[in-house]
Every structure is written in structure tokens, then in C-alpha cells.
Design a protein around this ligand. Structure first.
Ligand code: MLC
Ligand code: AMP
Length: 514
């Protein structure tokens, strides 16, 4: 019997590391360089530590840390140890975090050095191992791994074994853990690496957060698949990007990044002279952003479309002309259909829901088989909830969403979750949260609130500050207004389109002054 090759994603990357492992993977502002040899040693040490703490294949390792090279090494070490890597947005507050801890029962939690709240959450949940990692790359994770061996035999994993869980909120109920396998992630990285024609000397300028699909799997995994280097920034800051663009060949961002870059006086074609690819995704790119960025940089942005559940689904062709709004063609291996309410294909040019089959499609929602079943059709297509049309040339054009969700600066925000918190405030009868156009974030939240009879006037400022204590800051509505009643249709459903229209003038006025 021939042995099955190890499908562990780490070993797939490792096979593509440069022969000379003194080559850089991460180049930081200030001159620090993290080489492939450092990655080899660092992942061995952390993987050994995780195993010594009792992490077994399939055990969850929850990570809520600031972006640093060590955080990247931690991700790769978790893969190497056969653990399930579970990154969390650093903006999540204690209540949000506690839900994830309860839902995933991790063996190890790694949090920021300054994060004292996590210690008590872990104690209350009986989680024995809590380690720290700060933005400076220091913490008990690094201290305790320093004495571990420099070699580690990567734990063998099959293609369907879990590599990661990323949380996705929903229009109903609690957030769902999206289970992604080693095979899912490898398939997407290999496809994108080929489709976007990565070359050995490519240098990616990495400024995205590394707790979501875009920064973690699209940007990091394609670079690792290429065995090449990244210029590694802790966060997106337009000036810093422009300063480093002359050294980069590939840049990936959410539309807000392009809005901010296009508005910057220092963006010129000369600054972008080495760039061969500007990629955008995670949210709709407005035609005006596409045009203003092209005018300022001399480059047409390549749009791609994806989802946590599916990885990347479509991409514009890097060798063909492109235009704003079109997110390209289905990736090789992806079957994509646009259908009506009865799952029948709609004619070209008509709007329907995108449904897909793909090798990158998730394994299911963590411990929620009924939710998984709801999201698939009887013939095995995944229902994305995105509304789109096929253009005459077969490109997909996303025109809206069937799900009640807004995307603010690239982060998904589910009104239902915010409404539930606002409805629980003293004096509040009910609330509706709607996504409104926002020049910087694309969309941002407006909350319309009704009060109980006799309730004192609402201190809107205090409510916003209060919400920041329990919700990640990007979810907090940018404006809150009090209304007498919420408009409802005959079925009793709040008519959010009427609210959007009614409050648009007040919203525009407020956003101009804030
Ligand atoms: C910050 N704020 C936001 C926000 N980010 N508000 C709405 N939406 C956002 N995304 C608010 C803060 O609460 C704060 O409000 C104020 O703006 C300033 O905060 P900041 O921290 O200084 O903002 P900044 O650092 O400029 O961050 C903005 C950003 C960041 C756009 C750089 O949000 C970002 O990097 N977004 C990328 C998201 C991403 O990676 N998405 C990929 C998902 S994967 P206040 O009131 O406190 O002052 C996916 C799949 C796919 O979707 O297809 O890729
Ligand atoms: P997430 O759940 O964070 O993975 O977000 C996935 C959602 O982001 C998709 O269902 C789309 O609604 C949206 N999205 C991703 N890429 C694009 C894009 N290029 N254009 C429009 N919407 C996008």
C-alpha cells in the first residue's frame, strides 16, 4: 500500500518555500526581516509547545491578537500541529468573545498581552491554557516556545480534515463557525496563485487584517504558495502604503483602501511603477472609485468576489480589459449559477441569487448541521445570498444582497445583532438598523429607535458609547435617531427601504459634519 501524501496545508506551503531559506517572507518597516528559515524554526517551536500543552489534531486554538509576524507564524504553527486555527477580530468585545469560547471549546487561547478580560473568561469556561502575544511579537507564547525544539514533524492531515474555523454572523440566530479544511484552503490558494500568475520575484504589500479570509487566506496563502516575499504593515495607513508601493508588485485591499489611496495627493503612476496587480474584494467597489483610482494611479483594479464559506469564487481576468462592478468569471473548478426563487437559471441580464459548487466550499457550520443544510439546495449548490446578473460576456455583476447585511469598510455587519442589543436598552421599545451609503466605508449603520410610552428622551451619544462596550466598534451605528413608529408591511415586517429613503437627507447632513 502506498502512503497517502500529507495534505496538511503547511507541508504544501513548505514544499514551495524558496531553496535558499534565508530569503525573506516578511519585510517590516524599520528594516526587520523574517526569513523562511525563521518561519521553519518558529513554527516548529510553537507547534511543539501546542502539542506539549495537549493540543491534539482537530483541537481548536483560539487566537485574538494584533497583527505581527509572530501572529503569522502562530497561524502556520497551528496548521503544522494539526490544530484548528480560530482567528478572531481584535475589535470583538468580551461578550462576543465569550460566545466563541463557549461554542468552540478551545484547548488553548492566545490573546493580546494587555488583555486581562480574557483571563477571567477562560477561567470561567474552564480553559486551562491561555497564552499571550503582543503587537511587538512578545508574550508568554514566545517565552514558552523559546525552549522547544527547532524541528517538528508536521502532523499528517487529510484533505477533508479541518484547518480553520472563521465566524460568520447571520441574518438570524447566533454567529456560525465556518469549518474550512486543509483541502479547501489549498485548492483556493493554488487556483489564485495560478490565475493571478504569481512570479518568483513578486512582492506583495500586505496591509489587511489577518483574522479574515482576505488578509489571511487570499493574501498570505498566495504568497506562501509562491514562496516569495511580503512587505508587512501592521495596518492600512494610506501614507505608509504609498511610501512602500514603489517596492511592491501586488497589492490587495477592500474598497475603502482604494477610496483613501485615490484621495491621497501623493498617489501617482510613478509610485505604482512596479505594481502589476491591484486587487479589490470583500465589498462592492463603486464605479467612481474604480475611475478615480485609475486616473490617479494609471491602473485598473482587478475585482474578485468571495465569501468566508467559499473562499474566492470569481475574479476578473488579469490579461483582459475590466470595468467597474464586474467581479469577473467563476474561478476554474467553480460551478456558478444565477437562479430565481425556484432555483431555476435566470436569463442573462436578469437578476437572481448566486449559487455555487466549489472545491473551496466549506465543510459545514460548526456543530450546526441544520444551519448547514438550510444553506444548500437539494442538488448541492451553496446559496450565497448575493444577487447578481451575468453580463453578455459571462462576467458576473453583483447588484445586491438577499440577506439583511451591510458591509462597512470590508467588515460584515448584521443589523439583527445590533437591533437585539439596542432593543435591550432601558426605555427602548424597538429598533431597526439599516445600511446607508458612506463615502469612506461604502456602507455604515443608521439606527432608528422607538421608545416606550413615558420613557425619558434618549441620550444618543451615551447609547453609542454604551454600544461600544458590548459590540465591536465597527458595528456601532454612526447615527441614531428616534422615531414615533417603524413602518411595517402587511406581514408586519419593518420596511427598511422606506426608512432608508426617509432618513437619507438627515444622514447625508450628519455625515458631512461628522
Ligand atoms: C473602523 N471604524 C469603522 C470601520 N473600521 N467603522 C465602520 N466600518 C469599519 N470597517 C470606525 C471605528 O469604530 C472608529 O470609530 C473609527 O472608524 C476609526 O477607527 P480606526 O480603527 O482608526 O479605523 P481605521 O484604522 O482607519 O480602519 C478602517 C479600515 C479597517 C478600513 C482600515 O476597517 C480595515 O482594515 N478593514 C478591512 C476589513 C477586511 O479585512 N475585510 C475582509 C473580510 S473577508 P469611533 O466612533 O470609535 O471613532 C471577506 C471575504 C472576501 O469579506 O471576499 O474577501
Ligand atoms: P464574508 O462573509 O465576510 O466572507 O463576506 C462575504 C460577502 O462579501 C459576500 O457574500 C458578498 O456579499 C461580499 N463581497 C465579497 N467580495 C465582493 C465584491 N468583489 N463585490 C461585492 N461584494 C463582495
Amino acid at each position: 500500500m502506498t502512503a497517502q501524501p500529507n495534505a496538511n496545508l503547511f507541508d504544501i506551503f513548505r514544499a514551495r518555500f524558496p531553496k535558499d531559506t534565508a530569503q525573506p517572507l516578511m519585510m517590516l518597516p524599520g528594516g526587520r526581516v523574517v526569513t523562511y528559515a525563521d518561519v521553519e524554526a518558529g513554527t516548529a517551536r510553537i507547534a511543539s509547545l501546542l502539542v506539549s500543552l495537549g493540543v491534539k489534531p482537530g483541537d481548536r486554538v483560539v487566537v485574538q491578537v494584533k497583527k505581527s509576524p509572530e501572529a503569522v507564524i502562530l497561524y502556520l504553527a497551528a496548521l503544522r500541529a494539526g490544530a484548528v486555527f480560530l482567528p478572531l477580530n481584535t475589535a470583538y468585545r468580551a461578550d462576543e468573545l465569550d460566545y466563541f469560547l463557549a461554542d468552540t471549546e478551545p484547548t488553548v487561547v492566545i490573546c493580546d498581552t494587555g488583555d486581562t478580560a480574557v483571563a477571567s473568561l477562560c477561567a470561567a469556561r474552564g480553559i486551562r491554557h491561555r497564552l499571550t502575544l503582543g503587537a511587538d511579537g512578545k508574550g508568554s507564547l514566545i517565552d514558552q516556545s523559546a525552549t522547544q525544539p527547532l524541528t517538528f514533524v508536521t502532523v499528517a492531515r487529510g484533505t477533508t480534515d479541518l484547518a480553520a474555523i472563521l465566524y460568520s454572523s447571520g441574518t438570524t440566530g447566533k454567529p456560525k463557525g465556518v469549518m474550512l479544511s486543509h483541502g479547501n484552503l489549498a485548492a483556493n490558494a493554488q487556483t489564485l496563485h495560478k490565475l493571478w500568475k504569481f512570479k518568483p520575484d513578486d512582492v506583495l504589500l500586505h496591509t489587511l487584517p489577518i483574522f479574515h479570509v482576505h488578509g489571511l487566506f487570499v493574501a498570505l496563502n498566495t504568497t506562501l504558495m509562491n514562496g516569495s516575499a511580503m512587505i508587512f504593515h501592521a495596518k492600512f495607513v494610506a501614507e505608509d502604503v504609498i511610501a512602500d508601493l514603489p517596492r511592491a508588485t501586488v497589492f490587495m485591499g477592500v474598497p475603502t483602501y482604494y477610496v483613501r489611496l485615490a484621495a491621497h495627493a501623493a498617489l501617482t503612476p510613478d509610485v505604482c511603477r512596479k505594481i502589476r496587480l491591484f486587487l479589490s474584494g470583500s465589498a462592492p467597489l463603486l464605479a467612481e472609485t474604480f475611475a478615480s483610482f485609475a486616473a490617479r494611479s494609471g491602473h485598473e483594479i482587478v475585482e474578485r468576489y468571495g465569501m468566508t464559506e467559499a473562499g474566492m469564487i470569481t475574479s476578473a481576468d488579469i490579461d483582459k480589459p475590466r470595468h467597474a462592478g464586474a467581479v469577473g468569471w467563476p474561478l476554474p473548478g467553480v460551478t456558478l449559477r444565477i437562479v430565481d426563487g425556484d432555483n431555476r437559471d435566470v436569463p442573462k441580464g436578469e437578476t437572481g441569487e448566486i449559487q455555487i459548487k466549489s472545491p473551496s466550499l466549506f465543510v459545514g457550520y460548526w456543530r450546526k448541521p441544520e444551519k448547514t443544510a438550510e444553506d444548500f439546495t437539494a442538488d448541492g449548490f451553496f446559496k450565497t445570498g448575493d444577487l447578481a446578473q451575468f453580463e453578455p460576456d459571462g462576467m458576473v455583476n453583483i447588484v445586491g444582497r438577499a440577506k439583511d447585511m451591510m458591509i462597512s469598510g470590508g467588515f460584515n455587519v448584521y443589523p439583527k445583532e445590533i437591533e437585539a442589543v439596542i432593543d435591550g436598552l432601558p426605555g427602548v421599545d424597538e429598533s431597526a438598523v439599516v445600511g446607508m451609503p458612506h463615502a469612506d466605508f461604502g456602507e455604515a449603520g443608521l439606527a432608528i429607535v422607538t421608545l416606550n410610552a413615558g420613557a425619558p428622551p434618549l441620550d444618543v451619544h451615551a447609547v453609542r458609547e454604551g454600544l461600544k462596550g458590548v459590540l465591536a466598534n465597527y458595528k456601532v451605528p454612526k447615527m441614531i435617531v428616534v422615531a414615533k413608529a417603524l413602518p411595517r408591511n402587511a406581514m408586519g415586517k419593518v420596511q427598511k427601504n422606506l426608512l432608508r429613503a426617509e432618513y437619507r437627507p438627515a444622514w447625508d447632513a450628519e455625515m458631512k459634519t461628522s
